[in-house]
Design a protein around this ligand. Sequence first.
Ligand code: ADP
Ligand code: MG
Length: 977
Amino acid sequence: MLEFIKKIFGTAQGRLLKKYGKIVSEVVRWEEKFQSLTDEELRHKTLEFRERLDQGETLDSLLPEAYAAVKNACRRLCGTEVHVSGCDQKWDMVPYDVQILGGIAMHYGAIAEMQTGEGKTLTASMPLYLNALTRKPVHLVTVNDYLVQRDCQWIGAVFRFLGLTVNALTNATPHHLRKSVYQADILYGTASEFGFDYLRDNSMAQSKEDQCQRGHYFAIVDEIDSILIDEARTPLIISGPSAASHQMYDTLKDAVGTLVRYQRDLSNKLATEARKVLEKLGSLEETPSSERKLTKEQENEEREALRKLWLVGKGTPQNKILKRIRENPTLRAQIEKWDTYYYGDTNKEEKAKTLSELLIIVDERSSEFEMTDKGIHQWMQDNAEDSTADDFVMFDLGYEYAKIDEDHALSEQERLHRKVQLREEDARRKERTHNLRQLLRAHLMMEKDVDYIVEEDKIVIIDENTGRPQPGRRFSDGLHQAIEAKEGVAIQGETQTYATITLQNYFRLYTKLAGMTGTAMTEANEFKEIYKLEVIAIPTNRKGQRKDHDDEIYMTEREKYNAVLKDIQEVHGKGRPILIGTESVEISEKLSRILKQNKLEHTVLNAKNHAQEAEIIAQAGSKAAITVATNMAGRGTDIKLQPGVADLGGLHVIGTTRHQSRRIDRQLRGRCARQGDLGTSKFFVSFEDALMRLFTSPRITSFLQRFRPPEGEAISAKVLNKSIETAQKRVEQRNYTIRKHTLEYDDVMNKQRTEIYAFRNEVLHTDDTLLLTREILEGLCTQMSHQFLISRSTEHGWNPQGYRQWLISHFPLTFAPQEFENDYLNCEEIAQMATDQVLLAFDKKLGHEAEKIGHVQSLFAHQPQAQMQPEEVLREVIRSLLIRNIDRMWQEHLLHIDHLRTEVHIRSVGQKDPLLEFKHEAFALFDSLTLRIKQEIAHALFKFEMMMPAELPEPQPRVPQRPPRPLIDLSLMPPQL
Ligand code: ADP
Ligand code: MG
């Protein structure tokens, strides 16, 4: 047993595996013992384990027995029918040793890297069972609702057998049931359901009964790389209509469309001109330029044409004519020479001059763009009526304010008025510029059927790496609305963020986190650095039989697809099933057309028909099946070979490009040859693929120039394999930096969110809100006293009058003129005096309102149901008042933070580190937020009034997400959202 361990012994991983290997043997021994128990006795083990835990035993010490209980339960289930996804299946699984090993690694908080088909679903059952013995919340997170259901029903059989409860949380789980769903010992669900419930619990719930989650103890994330790395791009956001609408996407969208079209036309014109010249000079033929005799003048003409093409590449990188010309390696190299030429310092000015012919400069590699002076000019000319020259000029508010202050002709009142006006104008301009930029981004950088699809008048994000649609998620910062404007679908009303979190930060809430996936090694560093998760490669149960062929590399896409087709025809002819991975919905459809033209029957699986995913995958292993899929097909459901197929050589996997990360390539390859089956994989690459175009070194171009093979023939050279990998590493590194960056920004918010949510939860959970309110009032009085009463020794450090003034303007209080101006009082004593008065006034206020409640209740005294004590009613009213103020201020804060994030980047021109700036200012904003929350609460506490039923106002239109509140609560201030 465990032969494999000897081979890798010596490395740190090896030593760990050896240690765990010993535990595996223990599990196996215990399980043999358990075989003689009756079903009842085995079931009783769960109770016994729980008791032993209560008596102080640890999970670690219970592990061997608990895992053995699971293994033994599996054995007993063998042959029984389990109802899974609509049909009955015979249970036939007893965990292999390697699965026990993986289960141990996960209990110790690692990511178990186990190949596709190794049985991760069953592996998870052991750590889930063990950790659920604590009665604390244990969650298994998986990639889609289908798998949630399937795994819960399937593996749930084991838990049910052992007397634990298990449940499934999907998008379809109704809200009123969620609280009870979360009570399960073990809960299966998707990351976004867990995350959104957390946000709702902390930003929407109006009482503790409304909250459904019961904490975060242990989570296993299935396909963890997909969730923590691929989906890291878009945070979860709960948003709702906002009070004031500022968005200008509607008004700006046509104008931006026009501007982008100008640029496209301009590029087309330049490219056409260039092509004509090249045609005339014979440069388009494949003869080396040295053999053509050009006059000096003709040489100049050619040079100019190539310069134009270079320019087209900077403005419209995807231009068709340019693409076609670049297929010729000589011309491609000559165009790229301009890059080198302009790179030099001496030619900087000339470069700027050349680029200024464009309206917009687009940098595909960094997905950035920039408007040129010409572009700005064009914009202002086209939009003269509804904009001023100011779209691109921002105010220096400090300077403008100073100017107003110096204007002695103005009264104090007028100055204030001017400043307010100026601030509003400034906000409007910023908003407009921001909308404009996002619209341009939507046009220039976001591609339909690649980055998103349009479905039922909605823009649905497609995850870049997994190819899965992500309904309900939105690109942040207005980009989503910009895309809606671009595609002409309904622009979702101006929304305001109510709550937001990245999945990464959601998972950090768990006391213990573990993961499993087939592909984590390439990102092991990131997991370790950011999540403190170690990756442990678990050996396979049987020796892998997959054969990975070398890549076939072609000059052009056209040749590449021809080669793919040839490969498909050949393998298909042998009756083997084929899975073809594609990078985007667009490519999957293109390939489907090619197959159709060649009368090859096939099935397509992409974001547009993902509902049939499981069904399509189940058929993908049958004889001669052809399945074209985006990357989503890589997760969760494995492709089983139908009888006879293994003898033909098993599944053949084709990659139609190398992906931006090696991990995605591995994921695709891993689809075949599961559990010791036969299988092959092969990738096809062309120099027009995004990866090669954007990320390989210029040396490759010159290499190609020398080695351009005849049309249709693959280029085989070891140096290329290496350079593909280097390109991938480069992109991986870049994407890692981006993710880290996003996380660093979110970290700042995370601390603040945690603090506010903790406060909010205190309000929801406290029995006595009145006590809490008094503490808030006291805290506020004390905090402010420190601002006015610092020290007696400095002139402005002691200002009892100012303190009095502040108290008067915030509370309905009156003070004697000299109050607090007693030389013997220190700051604490004064604060105490103030607090006493405030609390006294507050008690009076409460008494008054309680009386009114008593009166209303007496009117309804004939009604049979028991009535709450007036004090009880007030407690609830005040709870609601506190929550509403916290939420309102927090939402406002989120908006400010959003703006700040954009702003610091504009500022970063000034050589300041935007992240530092952001941290600094976010901190200051939060500081003032906490003070303002207290102040707002204080105001509200003295302002609210219970009303007589006759006085109740007409119901106000409400923010839809708000759950209905008790009648009496209607009398609170009108909602201010
Ligand atoms: P993974 O998630 O690792 O890709 P799955 O959990 O989907 O793999 O399991 C793949 C297949 O292997 C399933 O069909 C399952 O029935 C089978 N399997 C897993 N573990 C065992 C086992 N111990 N004995 C027999 N079959 C198993
Ligand atoms: Mg799986």
